[in-house]
Write a protein that binds this ligand. Structure first.
Ligand code: SF4
Length: 363
């Protein structure tokens, strides 16, 4: 049995499901923060295994989806700077900004390229020394260390044509914003596995200590998720909020210190603009003054026109867990993966894309 098979064992999964059913005596609403979890939950049909008392809501854990229209419009405006090559991850290309997308800008002649890593963008800068190469940095604590590493390498090589447009975001402050808004009552949080590998499970302590909400850090296999749900149901039933790490094969209490050091060396914490949440204090990463020459926000002066929201799109409510995707009137009708209206239908981690891909689930 392979390592993956061990976490997909049907007999073990049935055992955990029975435990959840036996424990679940009252309605509990749990939020999975991470878009990767949303896709895994729907892909493996986990909602169909759970008792009706367990209500799962998706959160703001898709980095492409939470990139604000203002930031995206700004990035699109950067492609109009003479000679600029803008590089980013594939999902970002199709996300609609206020009026257009990077894909449309590319179709109109802008040099927009898909890369798989910021190191690819760095290589493009080395090979095009006469042109500015901008990397549109999107992601949470998981991708920020790679971008920090690219900046440090560019600094060491004295590259003067490599820039980063940082829209990097931090996950715990977004969770705080959702809880403080009070729009959706939550009984537990399924903590993001990859993010927590970097920041450490202790970074979620505040949920239990300050909000009396349990948190279970989960991996991405069915048994990981079911065990996290069981832990949350148990803690909610016993009114015993704590942080449970059900992904111990990857997540340590203190996280990854080397990755944390890289982030801290290059970035400082700032207020960030989240699609769906607005301006969230201390939830973003901007490049420190010491590396400001690599900051595309400082290096290029562009003036994007004010952002407008796609008409009828309910991504903001989906990202806050207020609505499930099928509750959006456009879901599966005007808005499909082939013709997406909002980012939640574009991204590989978007909740609307997940619900659409894996079929109809209760709204
Ligand atoms: S279904 Fe489409 S329009 Fe509706 S919230 Fe999702 S992405 Fe936005």
């Amino acid at each position: 049995m392979s390592l993956t098979d061990r976490f997909r064992d049907p007999q073990a999964a049935r055992w955990v499901v029975e435990k959840i059913r036996a424990r679940s005596n009252r309605p509990v609403r749990l939020m999975e923060f991470c878009g990767g979890h949303t896709h895994a939950i729907l892909r493996f049909g986990i909602p169909s295994l759970l008792p009706e008392t367990v209500d799962l809501r998706s959160g703001p854990g898709c980095p492409v989806c939470v990139t604000s229209a203002e930031d995206l419009d700004h990035a699109i405006a950067l492609t109009e700077v003479p000679q600029v090559m803008l590089t980013t991850f594939g999902d970002m290309i199709r996300v609609p900004g206020s009026r257009t997308s990077l894909a449309q800008a590319k179709a109109n002649g802008a040099d927009v390229r898909v890369v798989y890593s910021p190191l690819d963008a760095l290589q493009a800068a080395r090979e095009n020394r006469h042109r500015p190469v901008i990397f549109l940095g999107v992601g949470f604590e998981t991708t920020a260390p790679m971008v920090a590493s690219a900046v440090l390498t560019a600094d060491a090589e004295e590259l003067d044509n490599f820039f980063v447009f940082s829209t990097h975001k931090l996950t715990p402050p977004a969770t705080v914003a959702i809880l403080d808004a009070g729009e959706v009552a939550l009984d537990g949080i399924i903590g993001p596995g990859h993010v927590t590998t970097v920041i450490g499970s202790q970074a979620w302590r505040f949920l239990a200590d300050e909000y009396a909400i349990p948190c279970a850090i989960a991996g991405f296999e069915p048994l990981d998720l079911l065990r996290a749900i069981l832990a949350l149901v148990r803690m909610a039933e016993e009114d015993d909020p704590a942080i449970s790490n059900t992904y111990a094969r990857s997540v340590k209490a203190g996280g990854n210190p080397a990755a944390q050091r890289a982030i801290d060396q290059v970035f400082e914490v700032t207020t960030a603009n989240w699609r769906g949440l607005g301006m969230v204090p201390r939830s973003g990463l901007q490049i420190r003054d010491a590396y400001q020459r690599f900051d595309a926000r400082c290096a290029f002066s562009v003036a994007p026109t004010p952002a407008v929201r796609p008409s009828g799109c309910r991504c903001g409510e989906v990202l806050r867990g207020v609505l499930t995707p099928p509750q959006c009137p456009l879901f599966g009708k005007a808005c499909t993966p082939r013709n997406p209206i909002g980012p939640c239908m574009v991204s590989a981690e978007g909740a609307c894309a997940a619900y659409h891909q894996y079929g109809a689930y209760p709204s």
